[in-house]
Write a new protein. Sequence first.
Length: 53
Amino acid sequence: MLATLAVLATGIIGFAVHGDFYLRHANNLMRMRVIMQGIAVAVLALIVFLTVQ
């Protein structure tokens, strides 16, 4: 979850401060954010699965 936050913060700060950086890396940042969110959801589901049993 912290990795998702880091990627999201990088995208927001890059967009606000360095527009050129954001234009070059916007697609990669979006892909990384989606992947990190998927991993976070999978880990959360695994934790819930293991604690319920």
